[in-house]
Structure formats: structure tokens, C-alpha cells
Design a protein around this ligand. Structure first.
Ligand code: CMC
Length: 432
């Protein structure tokens, strides 16, 4: 018989099955607990809850390990591209050259937006945040592809997913051009994914952007490193929406909204704002570190800490190296990089951060690379969203392919008023 856990409540013992993952992760399956005992489990913020079984991404937060479909992130960062890794995440294996060619062709065929979508862009005010535009426009794009509304169909998933992955970059670039009052630049089929994005962002109608290979590689690497990260806030949001059988574009639009917050994808923007503030105030970082340790200050060291990593985030290691490389090759001397390195050094030797196992995460250095490339700060989280799209698509597919997936519907422990009765308005007092 497989391993069981025993839970004793009020003198009665309940047997709970133990589920073991391929990396020897052990979980107590409590799915029948309420049915058998009347009890639910409570886990505020889900820090100890496995919401699903998944075969996409593995993280060992204690050891600082991240693997996409079993392949270490370090190998992918060195040898793969964003699009190849996207294929790996979505379809579970590295593509053959024929499969990669077909995938790339599908991305090219779907790079344009319906011309009528231009009117939607016009409706946003000049300084609209591009994350708001991105989320709205992903949903709007679904209206131009009515077959999406027929629900998940394995037969046309390949096209639908390529459509989303391809169009999201066009939407993102158009959102940037719109918010800066710049003319829209259409994609060019001769360019690969990341080059095409840079072209749509920075070319002018009268002059093509000079695509430097090291810039293309740096941005491609940022996309690749963000491509999936198991059950984080936005991916769980995508899975939550998908569990109701909503369409792929609706799920992705929800993922964008969840990613926007400063504790999640919005942290890359918040890191640069923090570094700029430190620079402006002439602080060497030490005052900020003190404030970040003081809970009353309302400040945190942005780009530090992670729910899962209790060790150096492996993505941050790769990004930090890339950061040095790109700044050197573009001959940029960014004072924010010096401040970031000083902050890191100070935090890694400060007992507050050491005891809490707070290390730099993926967002700590990525913003400095994006600044060097010329990506404006309000677009940083959009870049994260483009990068995370394959992970969301892979999780959507996983949930749809699993015949037994039920709608996600957590329970709660109710702590509000017990039964009381409706008072007519003339009898009410304030807060009664
Ligand atoms: N600066 C100062 N103190 C911190 C920080 C930080 N960045 N992060 C965590 N702590 C403290 C926290 O106050 C708590 O202290 P205490 O034990 O005294 O109450 C302790 O460390 C444990 O932290 P937690 O809040 O329980 O951790 P969490 O798992 O709930 O939150 C986090 C994880 C990433 C939201 C948090 O570390 C944080 O807010 N970091 C800054 C924002 C950030 O960089 N977010 C990007 C995350 S990585 C990319 C992504 O997922 O999008």
C-alpha cells in the first residue's frame, strides 16, 4: 500500500494519501478531508498548498534550481532561444528543426493585428499604462477570432496559441508607440520574434532600427528567463480562469492583470524607481536598507525575496552576468548598476536579510538591462508579460488536456457577523 498520513481530529483518525512527484516532492492529499471529517485546511496566501500536479516547470527553492520540462535554466539560457524554449514549455519537448520552422512560420503568419484594432488603441488616453492596454487589447483581439469562443479544441490550439504569442508582442509595441504619440510600425515577416519586437518598438517610418545582435540576444534572454515559473500569482490566475473553461485570450488577459502588481511582475519597474530614488537622494543605499528593514517605513528592498527561493534566484545570477556584458558592449556606465551592486552586497551581509533568506530575484537586475536597451520603465512589466506568455499557454493547455480538472473553487473560514436581520433605513445608525 502506498504511503499514508494520519490526521487525528477529536479522537478520530483520518488516513490521507501521500502524493509523490517525480522530483521526490511529497504532498498530503486532503481533497477528501472535508467530505470525511467536515474540516477544511487553512493556508493564507497558499504558501503551503499545492493547487495542482503539473509537468511543466520544476523549482527547488532551497537549492536555487529552475528547470523547464526537466532542462536546467542555465542550459537553456546558454543554448536556446525564447521561441525554442516556448515550444518546449508548451509542447513538452524540444522541437525538431521541422517543428521549430512550423512554429516560427505560424508566429509570422499571425504577427499582424486586425486593422480595426487600431481604433481601440485610439481610445486610450495618452499616458495610459501599457499593462492596462495590453490586458484590454488581448481580450479585444479575441473578438476578431470567433473560433476561440467555441472553447478549447486540441485541433486548433496550435494556431490559437501561436496567434496569442505572436500578437501579444505586436500589441505591446503598438501600446508603446501609442502612449508616446509615435506612428505605429508594422511587423516585418523577415525578422525573428525578438528582432521584430524591437523593430516595431524603435524603427521609424523613415528609418529602420539598427538591430544589434547583442541587444537582440539580451532581450531574448530576458524573455526566455521569464517564460515560466510554476504556480506563481499570474499563472495561478490563468489556471483559475481556465478552470472555468474561459478562452485562452481571456485567461491571458487575466494573467496580465495579476502580473501588473508591484509584488509580482511590477517589481522590475519598482526596482528602477527605487534605485533612481536612492541616486536622487545621494544615498549609497545604506539608508534605504535600514528603511527596508523597518516594517513601519512601508518600504521593501524591491527585487529581493521570493516565496519559493530561499537561495539565490538562478535567473538573477544569469541576468546579473548579462547586465555587465550588455552595459560593457554598449559602452554604458549606469550609476544605477553600481547602486544595485552595493545594495546587494550590503543586503547579503546584513543579518535581517540573511536570517530571512532574502536574495536578489529575477527583477533586481533585469530593469538595468532594459534601460540600457532603451525600453522605457513603464514597459518593463509588459516585457515580463510577453516573456511569461508561453508559461501561461502551457498551463492553459495542461489544464484543458486534463479531462478530470474541476473548476477551481477554494473554501474559506468565515469570520464575519453571524446571522442578523435587515433593518429598515430609518432605524439604522452609522456602522450598525
Ligand atoms: N524587503 C524587506 N523585507 C522583506 C522583503 C523585502 N524585499 N521580502 C520579504 N521581506 C521580509 C518580510 O517582511 C517578512 O519579514 P518578517 O518575517 O519579519 O515578517 C519576511 O521577509 C518573509 O517575507 P514574506 O513577506 O513572508 O514573503 P512572501 O513569500 O509573502 O513574499 C515577496 C514574497 C516576493 C512578495 C516579497 O519578498 C517581496 O515583497 N519582495 C519585494 C517585491 C519583489 O521583488 N517581487 C518580485 C518577486 S520575483 C518575480 C515575480 O514573482 O514576479
Amino acid at each position: 500500500m502506498s504511503e499514508q498520513a494520519k490526521l487525528e481530529i477529536g479522537g478520530k483518525v483520518y488516513q490521507l494519501p501521500i502524493v509523490v512527484g517525480t522530483e521526490d516532492e511529497h504532498a498530503v492529499d486532503i481533497s477528501k478531508l472535508r467530505q470525511e471529517s467536515g474540516y477544511i485546511t487553512l493556508d493564507d496566501g497558499y504558501s503551503n498548498t499545492g493547487s495542482c500536479s503539473s509537468a511543466i516547470t520544476f523549482i527547488d527553492g532551497e537549492k536555487g534550481i529552475l528547470r523547464y520540462r526537466g532542462i536546467p535554466i542555465e542550459e537553456l539560457a546558454e543554448k536556446s532561444t525564447f521561441i525554442e524554449s516556448a515550444y518546449l514549455l508548451i509542447y513538452g519537448h524540444l522541437p525538431t528543426s521541422l517543428e521549430l520552422r512550423r512554429f516560427s512560420d505560424l508566429l509570422t503568419q499571425n504577427e499582424m493585428l486586425h486593422e480595426d484594432m487600431k481604433f481601440h488603441f485610439e481610445g486610450f488616453p495618452p499616458n495610459a499604462h501599457p499593462m492596462a492596454i495590453l490586458s484590454s487589447m488581448i481580450n479585444a483581439a479575441s473578438c476578431f477570432h470567433p473560433r476561440l469562443m467555441e472553447g478549447y479544441q486540441p485541433g486548433n490550439f496550435e494556431v490559437q496559441s501561436a496567434r496569442l504569442l505572436s500578437k501579444v508582442r505586436t500589441i505591446a509595441a503598438f501600446a508603446y508607440r501609442k502612449s508616446h504619440g509615435l506612428p505605429i510600425i508594422y511587423p516585418k515577416p523577415i525578422y525573428k520574434y525578438t528582432s521584430n519586437f524591437l523593430h516595431m518598438m524603435f524603427s521609424e517610418p523613415y528609418e529602420d532600427y539598427n538591430l544589434k545582435p547583442e541587444v537582440v540576444r539580451a532581450l531574448d534572454l530576458i524573455f526566455l528567463l521569464h517564460a515560466d515559473h510554476e504556480q506563481n500569482c499570474s499563472t495561478s490566475t490563468v489556471r483559475m480562469i481556465a478552470s472555468s473553461r474561459a478562452n485562452l485570450f481571456a485567461c491571458a488577459a487575466g494573467g496580465v492583470c495579476a502580473l501588473w502588481g508591484p509584488l509580482h511582475g511590477g517589481a522590475n519597474q519598482a526596482v528602477i524607481e527605487m534605485l533612481e530614488q536612492i541616486h536622487r537622494e545621494g544615498d549609497d543605499g545604506s539608508k534605504f536598507i535600514e528603511a527596508a528593514k523597518d516594517k513601519k517605513s512601508g518600504r521593501k528592498l524591491m527585487g529581493f525575496g521570493h516565496r519559493v527561493y530561499k537561495n539565490y534566484d538562478p535567473r538573477a545570477k544569469i541576468i546579473k552576468q548579462q547586465c555587465d556584458k550588455i552595459l560593457e558592449s554598449l559602452h554604458i556606465n549606469d550609476p544605477l548598476l553600481d547602486i544595485a551592486k552595493k545594495l546587494e552586497e550590503a543586503a547579503l551581509h546584513d543579518s535581517y536579510f540573511v536570517e530571512r533568506k532574502l536574495y536578489p530575484n529575477v527583477d533586481f537586475y533585469s530593469g538595468i538591462i532594459m534601460r540600457a536597451i532603451g525600453i522605457p520603465i513603464e514597459m518593463f512589466t509588459v516585457i515580463f508579460a510577453i516573456g511569461r506568455m508561453p508559461g501561461w499557454i502551457a498551463n492553459y493547455k495542461e489544464i484543458m488536456d486534463e479531462a478530470t480538472t474541476r473548476i477551481y473553487r477554494p473554501r474559506q473560514v468565515y469570520v464575519g457577523p453571524t446571522e442578523r436581520h435587515y433593518l429598515p433605513i430609518e432605524k439604522r445608525t452609522k456602522n450598525a
